[in-house]
Design a protein around this ligand. Structure first.
Ligand SMILES: C[S@@+](CC[C@H](N)C(=O)[O-])C[C@H]1O[C@@H](n2cnc3c(N)ncnc32)[C@H](O)[C@@H]1O
Length: 280
């Protein structure tokens, strides 16, 4: 089986990918998120829209950090207590502290991780996602959540993950970037249906019902920046899990999902819903 470097080179040498323009003239969610997290992979349009969001929600940087901390807790839970050894991380983001493979392989060194993102700048940084340690492996696919069948059929995925064995699917802070008319529930379902019983899905999603006025202002700012952003209610987020069995404590504000530093004073301070569920 090819090693990580060969898989990475296949991705980076794909002529279809090399033609992609980074489009640093328009805001991108990955780069705005990087800006809120204090990273350096962002450009003036990302910072301008990121600041407009911050005007509407002054705690937006804290929210981004809390979302990221959830990713760490969820992957630790999956690789630890749940015994998962394969991960499919869709909407990876620009590599930063606590990437999925680092968290998973710290807990279980033989974990295999496939990352998927559609932002070419994430592809450009994919090398940082390929530094597996121990017996684990990581791979990266430049692809779109709107085409889940393509993701599932990609030889990089099928060469890295065994879909007959359980997988931990992470859809963390990405579904809000899919408009209702692009059928986010159906797209997530295609991925979930392809996974073996005993698989898990971890989801976070900005909530429409924490602070509707502030969220409406953010949605308006996003629309001005030509960005799709759809906060959803708790019920709408719960629908993504379908008939999978929710892990305790269910669909809760992101700060309240199995906190590791004691119960937060106000779990609803970060306007994200979160949950993890297991396929029966
Ligand atoms: C807010 S970031 C979240 C990063 C990471 N999941 C986290 O929570 O820390 C959203 C990521 O989803 C990616 N993304 C947005 N729409 C996507 C799509 N249709 N298909 C694949 N990736 C997408 C963006 O490029 C970005 O990297």
């Amino acid at each position: 089986m090819p090693d990580d470097i060969e898989w990475m080179k296949r991705g980076l040498e794909d002529p279809a990918i090399e033609r992609v323009d980074l489009r640093i003239d328009i805001p991108h969610s990955a780069r705005m998120y990087d800006f809120w997290l204090g990273g350096k992979t962002n450009f003036p349009p990302d910072r301008a829209l990121g600041e407009a969001f911050e005007q509407a929600i002054p705690s937006i940087k804290v929210m981004a950090r809390e979302n990221r901390r959830f990713l760490g807790r969820a992957v630790r839970y999956l690789a630890g207590e749940a015994g998962i050894r394969q991960f499919l991380d869709i909407g990876t983001g620009i590599p930063t502290e606590g990437n999925t493979h680092e968290v998973a392989q710290t807990t279980a060194p033989d974990s295999r991780v496939v990352y998927v993102d559609n932002d070419p700048i994430v592809l450009a940084h994919a090398r940082a996602l390929m530094d597996s340690t121990g017996s684990g492996r990581t791979a990266y696919i430049h692809a779109d959540l709107l085409e889940p069948e393509k993701i599932l059929a990609d030889p990089i995925l099928t060469g890295t993950l065994d879909l007959d064995q359980p997988v931990g699917l992470t859809l963390v802070a990405v579904l809000m970037l899919v408009a209702d008319h692009d059928a986010p529930w159906a797209k997530a379902r295609v991925l979930m249906d392809a996974l073996a019983p005993g698989s898990y899905v971890a989801i976070t999603h900005p909530g429409a019902d924490f602070n509707p006025t502030a969220m409406a202002a953010v949605v308006e700012a996003a629309a001005k920046g030509n960005m799709t952003l759809v906060p959803r209610t708790r019920d709408e987020v719960a629908r993504f899990f379908g008939d999978w069995e929710l892990v305790d404590p269910g669909v809760v504000p992101v700060m309240g999902w199995r906190p590791e530093d004691g119960e937060p004073a106000d779990p609803a301070a970060a306007y994200y819903w979160s949950g993890v569920a297991r396929k029966r």
